[in-house]
Design a protein around this ligand. Structure first.
Ligand code: GLU
Length: 306
């Protein structure tokens, strides 16, 4: 079926924008709290590299937990299966920043997309490269083909000032021997990655390698081999939307990753990547209009991974 993506994105923009009124913009730091809930953007890029967008697709926003896909990818391509000695790959069934499960499971996080898992990945980044913050940023810039992508220092500072639970998670895992560097160094990397700002155009573009068996279709670079690409997307499908991953798979049917900045990026392998942004969140911390738009996208096109 041939779809006019530009028309479809515009239609989804008008149909689903107002769902934001049922949600609430993240308020744990001022820099996120003052973002208008009116922003709404959709960007789609095909595996041939053709980009379609609607709404506020040129406005950068805080990618927050979406960065966990980039940091995981960077470490996975370096150390491969060794990752699984220190991080699991099961959905957590608990909140993204829960401490309780870690106690039972002796400091091994359930998966790389809960905070504890991403904090272990940040610790691994410190082991595999000298300057993980600039390496991560240049990795993302090269995936997106855009050197304007940046850290927001105000968000970094607020994450540090309010990140008590993340400090608790890191210290707790360190007590089990699963953090090898100092907690300050590890969380400095983690808080920076949360504070990266990108547009939906850049996000769609940077996830495109997943839709192309691990190769960036624009410059031909292999980011992950096809087997690791499959594994990463399996993790996104089962754990990419916090404690709403099952419902998202049910409603939308795409591997995806969300963040509390209101962004969600999903992939249909061998076809396309789709990024949406609407800052108002539901009670599980996911963009309420974003999920609605993605659900309608797979419904109207009768196209998902299933
Ligand atoms: N930066 C916040 C944290 O680590 C939220 C990240 C997110 O879930 O998007 O607690």
């Amino acid at each position: 079926m041939s779809v006019n993506y530009k028309e479809l994105l515009d239609q989804l923009y008008y149909e689903t924008k107002d769902f934001a009124k049922y949600g609430k913009v993240a308020n744990y730091i001022p820099a996120l709290e003052r973002i208008s809930g009116d922003y709404f953007a959709l960007s789609l890029i095909t595996d041939k590299g053709v980009l379609y967008s609607s709404g506020d697709h040129s406005i950068p926003f805080s990618i927050q937990s979406i960065s966990k896909v980039f940091s995981f990818t960077m470490v996975f391509r370096k150390i491969g299966t060794e990752i699984w000695d220190r991080i699991g790959r099961e959905p957590s069934g608990t909140a993204f920043n829960s401490l309780i499960q870690l106690e039972h499971e002796k400091g091994i996080p359930r998966n790389p997309f809960i905070n504890a898992g991403a904090i272990v990945v940040a610790d691994m980044m410190l082991s595999v490269c000298n300057d993980p913050k600039s390496r991560l940023l240049s990795f993302i810039q090269s995936l997106a083909g855009d050197e304007t992508i940046h850290y927001n220092p105000e968000v970094v500072a607020s994450e540090k000032a309010t990140g008590h639970r993340n400090y608790a998670l890191a210290h707790f895992m360190k007590s089990f021997g699963n953090i090898h560097h100092t907690v300050e160094d590890v969380l400095d990397v983690y808080f920076h990655q949360c504070a990266i700002e990108m547009t939906t155009d850049q996000l769609a573009r940077s996830f495109l390698f997943l839709a192309n068996e691990g190769k960036n279709p624009i410059n031909g670079e292999e980011i992950l081999n096809p087997s690791r690409t499959k594994r990463l997307q399996a993790l996104m499908l089962t754990s990419g939307l916090y404690d709403e991953s099952g419902d998202f798979a049910f409603r939308v049917g795409m591997p995806a990753k969300s963040g509390v900045g209101g962004g969600i990026v999903g992939v249909i392998p061998r076809q396309l990547s789709l990024a949406v942004w609407s800052p108002a969140l539901n009670e599980r911390g996911n963009s309420i209009a974003g999920i609605e738009a993605m659900e309608r996208f797979t419904t109207y096109t009768a196209n998902s991974i299933f």
